[in-house]
Design a protein around this ligand. Structure first.
Ligand code: AGP
Length: 609
C-alpha cells in the first residue's frame, strides 16, 4: 500500500517527512515524493521513481528544502506505471494545491473527463491527480468547502493529505476506508498512514474515522464531519514497539495478509463490477477477440500455478473453452504447441518470476495473445504481456502468498464470467447469482477468520507430524494443492495433495495409524465419493481433518475434526476452503517456532532459474 506522512510544527518538515516515509518502506513502494511550503512561499514538490535514497540524495536528506509544513508519500503503483511523474504529491495546474493519496478512486476517469473539459491540464496517468484538479475546481478560498465537495463526488477508498498554498502552516487530512492517523507532540503535529512513521516523535495519536476531516496547525488539531461540524476526540497512547507497529499488531506479516484478504478481494472486484456486469477496462481485447478464443493455457509457478489448476474448472464451466494449466518452468522448455486463437494467461504476484517471464516470452513467440494477472504494477511480466489485469492486493511481504492468491482467483472468476456472458452461455439468473456470490466472498472470508481459534488449537496438535496428506476431488483437489504447499513451505513438514480418487492407485499404502489426512469436500456431485475416501483412510488408522460447506453436517460423522465454511457458488468454494488451510499452515509453523514470514531457502520472488 502507499504510505503517507505529514508534519507541521516548530522544526523543518522535509527531514521529518523522509524519516517517516522510511519507517513505512515495509508497505512496499516504487516511487516517493514530498511537498513542503515555506511560510506562504510557493509549495515546493520533489519526487522521484525508486527508493527513498534517491529523494534523500536530491534534497541532501531534506536539509535543502526549507519549510516547517509538508506532506510526503511512498507510492505503490495502482493506476499508472512507477515513475517520477506518477509519484505523489500531485498538484493542480497552478501548483497551489498539493495532494498525497492512499487508496483507489473508482470514478476517476469520469471526473478526469469533466475536468479536462473545464481546462485542467493533466501530466500523470494516476487517479490521484484528479483530486488535485477537483479541489482546485471547487476551491473558492475555503479549504473545507472544497474538500467536502470532493468527498461528495468521489467514490472509492482514500486517505488524503492536502496543502493549500494560501493557507500556510495548515495540513488537511481526510479518510474513507484507507488508514490514516494523527499524531500530536510538543514540537508539532503529524498525519501518517501507520504508527511507525511517527513513533519516534510521539505516542499520542488520534484516529480519523471514515468521512472525517482533520485540520492540523503547528499548535492545534481539529476534527470535522462532512457537514463541517466540529468533533471531539480522545487522544490515544500507543504502547506498541516500532516492529510490532509495522505489522499493525499482528505477530507476522502472513497473518496480517491473511486478514487483509476480505479487503484485497473487495478492492480487486469492486472496480470491475459496474451496473451488475463484469467490466475489464484494462483488458485491451475486443469482445470479438474474447469470443474468438478457442483454447486457454494458464501458466504460473507455485501458488500461481495452483490458481490455474483451480480456475481451469471455473473457466471451462463458464466459457466451455478447453483450459490447460502448466508449470511455467515446464512449458518454457518443452517446445510447446500453441494452436491459433489460443489465449495464454500468465499468473504472477511479483511479476518477476524468471520461469513465468520466460514462459510468457515463449508463448508470445508462438503467436499467442498473453494476458498477465499480476500484483506488482509495472513489473516485467506486466510490461511484456499484451494485456495486464492487476490484483489490488497491495504489497505482499510474507514469502507465503495468501491475499495475492485470493485476488488472482477472483480475477479469473470474473474473466470466466465476462467471456461466458459474451458467448451467451450464462443464464441471466445464474449470472446474477455469480455476481451476488462474488460480492459476498469478503464477508464470508471474514466469518471464517473469526473462528480461527479452533484451527489454532488443532494445529498445535500436529506440530510434530512428519507427513500430512491432503485429499479432494475436482476444485477441492486444486485447493488441496495450495493447502499442501502452504504447509510445506512454512512448517517444513512433508505433505502431499492427492486427487481422492487416486488414493487406491498407490498412496493409500502410506496411510497408517494417526497420520493426518486433510480432506476437502464441497462439490455436491462429488461429496459422497470423497466421504467414501475418508472412510477408507479412517479404516487404516488415519486422523481426518474435514473441510466442507455449511449444511454437509454428515462430515462430522466420518471426520475427527471438521471446519464448515459458508456456502457459496460451488465454483467459488476454494476462495473459502483455502482460508482454514492457510490458518492451519500458519499455526503449525508458529507452534514449531519457525520464521513464518521468511521460511528457509525461499525467496518472495524467484527471479532466477
Ligand atoms: C507461494 O506461497 C510461494 N511463495 C511460491 O510458490 C510463489 O507462489 C511462486 O514462487 C510464484 O511467485 P509469483 O506469483 O510472484 O510468480
Amino acid at each position: 500500500m502507499c504510505g503517507i506522512v505529514g508534519y507541521v510544527g516548530k522544526k523543518q518538515a522535509a527531514p521529518i517527512l523522509l524519516n517517516g516515509l522510511a519507517k513505512l518502506e515495509y508497505r512496499g513502494y516504487d516511487s516517493a515524493g514530498i511537498a513542503v511550503e515555506n511560510k506562504g512561499d510557493k509549495i515546493e514538490v520533489i519526487k522521484a521513481k525508486g527508493r527513498l535514497s534517491v529523494l534523500s540524495d536530491m534534497t541532501d536528506g531534506g536539509k535543502a528544502v526549507a519549510g516547517n509544513c509538508g506532506i510526503g508519500h511512498t507510492r505503490w503503483a495502482t493506476h499508472g506505471e512507477p515513475s517520477g511523474t506518477n509519484a505523489h504529491p500531485h498538484v493542480c495546474s497552478d501548483k497551489t494545491i498539493a495532494v498525497v493519496h492512499n487508496g483507489i478512486i473508482e470514478n476517476y476517469l469520469e471526473l478526469k473527463d469533466k475536468l479536462i473539459k473545464n481546462g485542467a491540464k493533466f501530466v500523470s496517468e494516476t487517479d490521484t491527480e484528479v483530486i488535485a484538479h477537483l479541489l482546485k475546481y471547487y476551491y473558492t478560498g475555503d479549504p473545507m468547502d472544497a474538500i467536502t465537495k470532493v468527498m461528495m463526488h468521489v467514490s472509492g477508498s482514500y486517505a488524503f493529505g492536502i496543502m493549500f498554498h494560501d493557507h500556510p502552516g495548515e495540513i488537511y487530512a481526510v479518510r474513507k476506508d484507507s488508514p490514516l492517523i494523527v499524531g500530536q507532540s510538543k514540537d508539532g503535529n503529524f498525519i501518517a498512514s501507520d504508527v511507525p512513521a511517527i513513533l519516534e516523535y510521539t505516542r499520542d495519536v488520534y484516529y480519523i474515522q471514515n468521512m472525517e476531516i482533520c485540520v492540523l496547525k503547528e499548535d492545534s488539531i481539529k476534527f470535522y464531519n462532512i457537514d463541517k461540524e466540529e468533533l471531539e476526540k480522545e487522544v490515544q497512547h500507543i504502547e506498541w514497539d516500532a516492529k510490532a507497529a509495522e505489522k499493525e499488531g499482528f505477530e507476522h506479516y502472513m497473518m496480517k495478509e491473511i486478514y487483509e484478504q476480505p479487503k484485497a478481494i473487495t478492492d480487486t472486484i469492486a472496480p470491475r463490477i459496474k451496473d451488475g456486469k463484469i467490466v475489464f477496462e484494462e483488458l485491451g481485447l475486443t469482445d470479438e477477440e474474447l469470443k474468438s478464443v478457442e483454447h486457454i493455457v494458464i501458466l504460473g509457478c507455485g501458488s500461481a500455478y495452483h490458481v490455474g489448476l483451480n480456475c481451469k474448472y471455473v473457466l471451462e464451466n463458464l466459457t466451455r473453452i478447453p483450459v490447460d494449466v502448466e508449470l511455467a518452468s515446464e512449458f518454457r522448455y518443452r517446445n510447446p504447441i500453441v494452436p491459433k486463437n489460443t489465449c495464454v494467461i500468465v499468473i504472477s504476484q511479483s511479476g518477476e518470476t524468471a520461469d513465468s517471464l520466460a514462459a510468457l516470452r515463449e508463448a508470445k513467440k508462438l503467436g499467442a495473445k498473453v494476458i498477465a494477472v499480476v500484483n506488482v504494477v509495472g513489473s516485467s511480466i506486466a510490461r511484456e504481456a499484451d494485456a495486464t489485469i492487476y490484483t489490488w492486493a497491495g504489497p505482499e511481504i510474507s514469502v507465503a502468498t495468501t491475499k495475492a492468491y485470493s485476488t488472482q482467483m477472483v480475477v479469473l472468476y470474473m474473466l470466466g464470467m465476462l467471456i461466458g456472458d459474451l458467448k451467451g452461455l450464462i443464464k441471466k439468473a445464474d449470472y446474477e447469482n455469480l455476481i451476488t456470490e462474488l460480492q459476498s466472498l469478503p464477508e464470508k472470508v471474514q466469518r471464517i477468520l473469526d473462528e480461527k481459534e479452533r484451527i489454532q488449537w488443532f494445529a498445535h496438535k500436529y506440530a510434530a507430524a512428519q507427513d500430512i496428506f491432503f485429499i479432494g476431488r475436482g476444485i477441492d483437489y486444486a485447493a488441496c494443492m495450495e493447502g499442501s504447499l502452504k504447509l510445506k513451505e512454512i512448517s517444513y513438514i512433508h505433505s502431499e495433495a492427492y486427487a481422492a480418487g487416486e488414493l487406491k492407485h498407490g498412496t493409500i499404502s502410506l496411510i497408517e495409524n494417526n497420520i493426518l489426512v486433510v480432506s476437502l469436500a464441497t462439490q455436491s456431485a462429488l461429496y459422497g465419493k470423497t466421504v467414501s475416501n475418508i472412510v477408507e483412510v479412517k479404516s487404516r488408522g488415519a486422523f481426518v481433518f474435514g473441510v466442507t460447506s455449511a449444511g454437509n453436517y454428515t462430515m462430522e460423522d466420518v471426520a475427527d475434526f471438521t471446519v464448515y465454511v459458508p456456502k457459496t457458488n460451488e465454483l467459488f468454494m476454494t476462495s473459502l476452503t483455502v482460508i482454514p488451510l492457510q490458518l492451519f499452515a500458519y499455526y503449525v509453523s508458529c507452534a514449531k517456532g519457525l520464521d513464518v514470514d521468511k521460511p528457509r531457502n525461499l525467496a518472495k520472488s524467484v527471479t532466477v532459474e
